[in-house]
Design a protein around this ligand. Structure first.
Ligand SMILES: Cc1ncc(COP(=O)(O)O)c(C=O)c1O
Length: 365
């Protein structure tokens, strides 16, 4: 894949606002590449982040044939940026593409596109605890058609967003409400794919939970409304007896998180047992009340680890771990972020450093 690099007109020094927030600021460049049936992927380029021109009949705007990924570049002590398991994102992108009847992208090209863009936008990487350059690869169906069938043309693009900690309050426990009315995903549906409709369908429940004083919803399975699936757009885990980390087994309607997978691999090396299981929400809440579950936490790229302080169900709250961040979540968060930021050795081979494309000076702001 040859990437054509177009010049950008705004080359003024980068100054990042303080506080940075999450997800509302974008860098000046975007990677784009087009696909046509019969021709394949072509015209890879990195250029100014202008608006995307789409026909109002574009398939994505009607059928929602679109997938995305989320990963991050972390500023390392040596000034380089570190990517974390981008090959896992490439794999999941292709699994999502297959589920949505979209063309795949060669993993090496998916990663090369990220690396080229991140190298050029190196100066936008923020410093500080929980700060990173968030990377959002997307693929959308661009053919103008109202027919309900797979599009014949696509756009793969990547935007970068300098991001502060996902939760403004930092490593503080969140409140999670068990969702009784809506489900996120059903067996045979698209829950294991990172496709936009899953998120659109989650908004009403999330907004209602927020209005009731919770930050996230706890999704239950669609068939029995009984088994714990995920917490908001994150995977979820419970700590039994301060020593065992238990997370819902992948059910087909749970998104297989890369953070979840990393925790399952890392926790045993920190001395914790791990288990994937079907978790009945009533048993979970009873185990919290009885003190058998000592902590609960969410896992996802955006926030890495988020402790859960209380669960709400049927207008009652159950406090977990005294409502404060527990030692297991804290230790896992620390160990994982030390690897991501290049502060600790990476015995798992999860990180890869990206050299800046041009010499940039950090830390001016
Ligand atoms: C629905 C959902 N579950 C879980 C996750 C966590 O996945 P990861 O750890 O790969 O970010 C995400 C975020 O990508 C998500 O959107």
């Amino acid at each position: 894949m040859q990437i054509h690099i177009e010049p950008i007109t705004d080359t003024s020094p980068v100054t990042l606002p303080e506080p940075l927030g999450f997800g509302n600021l974008f860098t000046r460049r975007v990677f784009t590449r087009r696909y046509e049936a019969g021709r394949g992927w072509h015209d890879a380029s990195i250029g100014p982040r202008n608006n995307i021109a789409l026909d109002p009949g574009a398939h994505v705007l009607h059928c929602g044939q679109a997938i995305f990924e989320g990963t991050k570049a972390y500023l390392r002590p040596d000034g380089r940026l570190g990517l974390f398991r981008p090959e896992a994102n490439a794999e999941r992108f292709n699994r999502s593409a297959e589920r949505l009847a979209m063309p795949g992208v060669a993993p090496a090209e998916f990663i090369a596109a990220i690396e080229a863009l991140v190298a050029l936008e190196h100066a936008w990487a923020p410093r500080g605890e929980g700060a990173s350059l968030y990377i959002r690869p997307v693929m959308i169906a661009t053919e103008a058609t109202l027919e309900v069938r797979a599009s014949r043309s696509y756009l793969h693009y990547i935007v970068l967003s300098p991001a502060g900690p996902f939760f403004a309050s930092g490593f503080q426990p969140v409140a999670v409400r068990v969702e009784e009315q809506h489900v996120r995903a059903a067996p045979g549906g698209t829950g294991a794919a990172k496709t936009i409709g899953n998120y659109a369908g989650s908004l009403a429940a999330t907004e209602a939970a927020r209005a009731a004083g919770y930050q996230q919803v706890l999704w239950l399975d669609a068939q029995e409304r009984r088994f714990v699936e995920e917490a908001g757009a994150m995977n979820v885990a419970f700590v039994y007896g301060g020593t065992e980390v238990v997370t819902p087994a992948l059910s087909g309607s749970i998104l297989p998180g890369i953070t979840r997978d990393s925790v399952l691999r890392l926790a045993p090396d920190l001395g914790y047992a791990v288990r994937e299981a079907r978790l009945d929400v009533d048993e979970v809440l009873a185990d919290i009340t009885a003190g058998r579950i000592t902590e609960a936490f969410c896992m996802g790229t955006a926030a890495v680890i988020v402790p859960i302080g209380r669960f709400g169900r049927h207008a009652r709250d159950v406090v977990v771990g005294g409502g404060v961040a527990g030692p297991v979540a804290t230790r896992i968060y620390r160990a994982l972020t030390d690897i991501q930021y290049g502060r600790a050795d990476d015995p798992y081979g999860w990180t890869r450093a990206v050299e800046p494309a041009v010499s940039v000076v950090h830390g001016a702001a």
